[in-house]
Design a protein. Structure first.
Length: 143
């Protein structure tokens, strides 16, 4: 990518983008997806092409919520290989404790002890594989 105005992004600028933003299919409350789905590996390639430094993610931006451990490990391995290949880092990874309807009344603070237990299990399951080169693990969710 060439620039004539001096605003060419460089890795040292540390621009990073979320998988959920670049891969957003444009779905809203009034309609279905308006754009085709883009795989996380394609997103990493696109980000590298435009000079981005990093990519951020929620666990389920990368791995489907119902993936088996073997599926998760394969997806994460391929994603990490793509990041390494394109020179993209993962500065932040977190667990999605808000999108799935089970968390409609909160995650760690839900009245239902089974929901609280699930939130903890999901967070602990995310922890070991999220080490995709990220610098920070961010825990956030509905209070």
């Amino acid at each position: 990518m060439t620039s004539t105005n001096g605003y060419q992004p460089r890795a040292e600028d540390k621009f990073s983008f979320g998988l959920w933003t670049v891969g957003n299919p444009g779905r809203d409350a009034f309609g279905d997806a308006a754009r085709p789905k883009i795989s996380p590996i394609e997103i990493v390639s696109l980000l590298a092409e435009v000079g981005a430094w990093g990519v951020n993610l929620h666990d389920n931006d990368l791995v489907p919520i119902d993936a088996t451990t073997a599926e998760r490990d394969c997806i994460v391995r391929r994603f990490k290989q793509a990041c390494d290949s394109y020179g993209i880092v993962v500065p932040m990874a977190t667990v999605s404790l808000f999108f799935h309807p089970v968390f409609r009344d909160g995650a760690f603070t839900a009245n239902d002890p089974e929901v609280r237990a699930y939130a903890l299990q999901k967070t602990l399951r995310h922890g070991p594989w999220s080490r995709t080169g990220r610098e920070d693990f961010c825990s956030m969710g509905r209070p």
